[in-house]
Design a protein around this ligand. Structure first.
Ligand SMILES: [Zn+2]
Length: 293
């Protein structure tokens, strides 16, 4: 099995989640523009791994150990749009699935992958090459674990993120080998927000703080309304509710500013904020291959 070493530190950087705010209202027409989104957009939530954490306190404000164990979900999201497929985050490395008992991180956590991302895509009769865009909330190993499988896709990454993640020395939690295909893949370096399909339905929102080029994703669905996928904007419900910031984020101030921005976005769209590492948030979404539309 491949080296999991790179993952170790990532644990730290990961985020755990307590879930944040929950669901939202169902106001269907919640776009800023007031236009109803196309009815043929689907959002699938895929199980791209799990992290058993030895001390959840690490993700609390200031990262104060508390000795409490916990679990974090590691989802990936597939958005099916008339103009193509967008995969949001690529989860933990599929190679971890070869270790049913999980892969231990010397520092404490343990990583699991039950079903590979590629196998889940196959259930929809999709190959990795069918994915037009791959958006990375950030480049920590639990979000970029399968990046190289999408060498034929267009990667949507913040310029600051790629610069940071490929710097020397390698930042904690980053494994450059997992996304080494950036050198040959088509990479769109972003300097802020990006309306992916140009119709306002799928929008990358710049939310730096956890990492320098962290980003979140806003998706506007015809029936389910607006969802904002957190990335690791926050990992715990408590952090979202009380402006908690883990000590390992690259910028506390940027994190607070980004959380305030998304809070406004969620409020203005009557949206639903999904904290990716919070198991309850993941469980609240339709079980794959069911989807939201
Ligand atoms: Zn993470």
């Amino acid at each position: 099995m491949h080296s999991l070493r790179p993952l170790l530190p990532s644990l730290f950087l990961l985020s755990l989640g307590g879930a944040c705010a929950h669901h939202a209202d169902t106001a269907a027409a919640s776009s800023e523009a007031g236009e109803a989104p196309p009815a043929d957009i689907r959002l699938y939530a895929l199980d791209c791994g799990r992290i058993d954490v030895h001390d959840m306190g690490f993700f609390a404000d200031g990262s104060h150990p508390n000795g409490q164990r916990g679990t974090m979900s590691v989802p990936c999201f597939l958005i099916q749009h008339p103009q193509g497929m967008l995969l949001w985050d690529t989860g933990l490395d599929d190679a971890i699935s070869k270790s049913p008992d999980g892969v231990p991180d010397p520092v404490g956590p343990r990583y699991f992958v039950r079903a590979t991302l590629q196998a889940q895509l196959a259930r929809l009769e999709l190959a990795t090459s069918d994915v037009r865009y791959v958006g990375f909330s950030h480049l920590h190993a639990d979000h970029a674990g399968n990046a190289n499988a999408f060498f034929a896709s267009t990667w949507l990454v913040q310029r600051k993120e790629l610069e940071w993640a490929t710097a020397t020395p390698t930042p904690l939690g980053v494994d450059p080998a997992k996304f080494s295909a950036w050198r040959t893949a088509k990479v769109e370096l972003l300097d802020g927000d990006r309306d992916v399909f140009g119709d306002g339905t799928v929008r990358i929102v710049s939310t730096p703080g956890h990492t320098p080029g962290h980003q979140s994703l806003q998706v506007k669905l015809a029936k389910a309304g607006t969802l904002v996928l957190s990335g690791d904007l926050c990992h715990l419900r408590e952090n979202w509710a009380h402006d908690g910031v883990p000590g390992f984020n690259t910028s506390r101030q940027d994190t607070l500013t980004s959380m305030a921005r998304v809070r406004t976005l969620v409020k203005d769209t009557h949206g639903r904020f999904v904290i990716q590492h919070v198991p309850e948030d993941f469980a609240s979404l339709p079980a794959f291959p069911a989807y939201l539309e």
